[in-house]
Design a protein around this ligand. Structure first.
Ligand code: HEM
Length: 182
């Protein structure tokens, strides 16, 4: 999120305005307020879509013969759900699939996915959905909100774009930003 908000200063400003309107400049973010950060949620979803940390996806075992949409899946096969590929499918997200556009989530996930809400699954899906889902999203929202309350940030000219798959997607050469106190 820091990378994308450094590039997209307009969204950084919108996110800061939202944080100020909910917490002001000084209040430490609390659970109640965090649920009211709608723009922050949209920015987070778009970040998780573009740079899905669990890029490779996840596996499911088929325990009995089953029909899934147009596929007949026999018992005992394993299939792979490739999160990053689904998150970059233009049939679902549109021709602007590679652009950072948090506004695509403004009316919820069903609208953003052209009525395929299960196509957005940065934390997986079903009974084995990520156990840390709430923890991870709340922690990130609190951290970003506290940074936005105190600092502006922009991308350093030395930054080299280098998303790198190593367990999770990470910037191989780091994310260098210039930070200024507000
Ligand atoms: C941005 C951060 C994270 C992302 C994107 C993420 C994503 C995922 C994904 C895609 C799965 C597979 C889900 C499935 O098979 O349907 C998963 C499983 C899991 N995650 Fe996370 N995760 C994150 C953070 C965390 C954190 C912080 C914790 C623990 C505090 C955690 C604990 C787990 C556990 C225990 C599972 C296995 C759940 C099961 O198999 O029942 N995750 N996560």
């Amino acid at each position: 999120m820091i990378l994308l908000l450094s590039i997209h200063q307009d969204w950084q400003e919108k996110a800061r305005k939202e944080v100020f309107s909910v917490f002001g400049r000084d209040k430490t973010p609390d659970a109640d307020g965090i649920t009211r950060l709608k723009l922050m949620g949209m920015i987070m979803n778009e970040t998780l879509r573009l740079y899905s940390p669990v890029y490779s996806g996840f596996m499911r075992d088929v325990d009995k013969d089953i029909r899934l949409g147009k596929f007949d899946l026999p018992a005992s096969v394993q299939f792979h759900i490739p999160i990053m590929a689904i998150h970059h499918d233009p049939d679902i997200w549109g021709e602007d699939v590679n652009l950072f556009k948090p506004e695509r989530f403004s009316e919820g996930i069903a609208k953003a996915t052209n009525n395929n809400p299960t196509a957005f699954m940065p934390f997986g899906m079903g009974p084995h959905i990520c156990a840390g889902f709430n923890f991870a999203t709340n922690e990130a929202k609190i951290t970003i909100a506290m940074i936005l309350q105190r600092f502006t940030f922009s991308l350093s000219p030395g930054y080299v774009h280098s998303p790198f798959p190593f367990l999770a997607v990470r910037p191989e050469k780091g994310v260098q930003v210039i930070i200024n106190a507000l």
